[in-house]
Design a protein around this ligand. Structure first.
Ligand code: SF4
Ligand code: SF4
Length: 429
């Protein structure tokens, strides 16, 4: 837990040089200023305090006792998607850890009794009462399981649906299960599934997140499965990155690995044995979910000291966001006959968050909608008919905004596209 505390990132915060790499996408990738800002919070609030550099100055002030955790400070700390775009930009030039410092600010706010915002406390109460973030009767959690499913009692792969899929988007689980069945994947369902704990992590409630991590890892061990399979990018990142970060050890040490369904599908389909049955004539752009892209790079635990000029002993590996899951979803979409796949100007590790991340969807829905509309404008400027993503939260956030501001742009999850094409199913209207 010590490695999560703000004081651990004092050097990083004090050595922010104000270069604003955390705000702008490099001009190599984006021409002009229309799509050049990478930080949703800065885009919305138009003040440096609402960017990584402002938050690092705030962190120094708090550690030195020159600033208190006032309502304004909390506003700055929580009106951030924890999307990691700043971290990628900063690390192009420097070995600093802005994102870990932003997360540590929230842990500090919780420990001092001032955070998180009420909407995130409510989610925590829902999880404590029902095991899911929505506070819905948990007896309905598995109602999405189709009668024909071929799940086994024991298998090397355990399917973890997550709260959103189980309660809000069961159709995505049905698509995924149909694909697994059609491809003869041996899988079991995660037993007595409850929340992965992601809401605790983004709220800064590290102790609760640690408890959930331990419980879920113990449940997985009971199944005998060694791979967790998800279709939710948030669950994926939680199992792959947050559990190791919270517990200070890698997934292999804890006896499991994590796969998103796009990784599994690409592994199974890359040799072309299973052919798409229905062409889809659509011009689409793939939206990289933060939690499947730059935030999903495996956690490498480091413990040591920083000396003069920031030299670390022992040497430290920096997660720079370039090893996320970027290629597999693009290859899968490209396999579908008739599809015209376009790239957003802000793509891969430079992708703009959909607006939902970091608890913003629940705590500051207007801010979330603002960012989603920005993304839709980017899509509209490219002339695409649909956005495809690989996370139910991105799908929900972008479709809510599309209904209001760009109704001609459809939003799909990649499992909907794959099951429409491979299994000849209808795309949702
Ligand atoms: S956080 Fe990093 S990129 Fe941003 S201003 Fe500071 S040093 Fe530059
Ligand atoms: S995590 Fe995202 S929203 Fe927060 S400061 Fe960084 S880029 Fe901005």
């Amino acid at each position: 837990m010590e490695h999560l505390r703000l004081e651990k990132y004092r050097w990083d915060a004090e050595n922010c040089c104000g270069c604003k790499g955390c705000i702008w996408v490099d001009p190599v990738y984006v021409r002009g200023k229309a799509w050049a800002v990478r930080c949703p919070s800065l885009l919305r609030f138009r003040f440096d305090s609402y960017s990584a550099l402002g938050r690092l100055k705030l962190a120094v002030g708090l550690m030195d006792g020159e600033i208190q955790l006032t309502d304004t400070a909390l506003d700055i700390i929580y009106k951030c998607n924890l999307c990691g775009a700043c971290d990628v930009g900063c690390k192009r030039n420097l070995d600093l850890e802005p994102l870990l410092a932003l997360e540590a600010l929230r842990i500090l706010a919780v420990e001092q009794g001032t955070g998180p915002p009420r909407a995130l406390t409510q989610i925590a109460e829902n999880i404590a009462a029902t095991g899911n973030r929505y506070g819905i009767d948990p007896r309905g959690r598995s109602e999405w399981i189709p009668q024909s499913e071929k799940a086994k009692a024991e298998a090397p792969v355990a399917f973890f649906a997550g709260c959103n899929i189980s309660y809000k988007n069961p159709a995505l689980a049905e698509c995924a299960i149909s694909l697994l069945d059609a491809l003869d994947v041996a899988y079991c369902l995660f037993p007595e599934e409850s929340c992965c704990g992601h809401p605790f992590t983004v709220a800064g409630m590290a102790h609760s997140a640690i408890d959930v991590a331990k419980t879920n890892i113990a449940k997985l061990a009971q199944t005998g499965a060694t791979t967790i399979l998800t279709i939710c990018a948030e669950c994926y990142k939680t199992w792959k990155v947050d559990y190791p970060k919270l517990l200070g050890k890698g997934t292999s040490e804890m006896g499991y690995e994590v796969m998103h369904i796009v990784e599994l599908l690409w592994q199974l389909l890359r040799h072309g044995d299973f052919m798409a049955r229905r062409p889809l004539r659509l011009r689409v752009a793939y939206h990289d979910p933060c939690n499947l892209g730059r935030l999903s790079e495996a956690w490498v635990h480091w413990s040591g000291t920083r000396g003069p000029c920031g030299i670390t002993k022992p040497p430290k590996y920096y997660r720079r966001g370039d090893k996320g899951i970027y290629q597999e979803p693009r290859m899968l979409i490209s396999m579908i006959s008739g599809i015209d796949l376009k790239e957003f100007p802000r793509a891969r590790e430079n992708a703009l968050c959909c607006g939902a991340g970091g608890g913003v969807l629940e705590a500051y829905p207007d801010f979330g909608m603002f960012t989603a509309r920005q993304r839709l404008q980017e899509a509209a400027a490219m002339g695409v008919e649909a956005i495809v993503s690989a996370c139910p939260y991105c799908r929900d956030m972008l479709s809510s905004a599309a209904r209001v501001s760009n109704p001609s742009i459809k939003v799909y999850d990649i499992v909907e596209l794959m099951s429409a094409s491979l299994l000849d199913k209808e795309l949702p209207s």
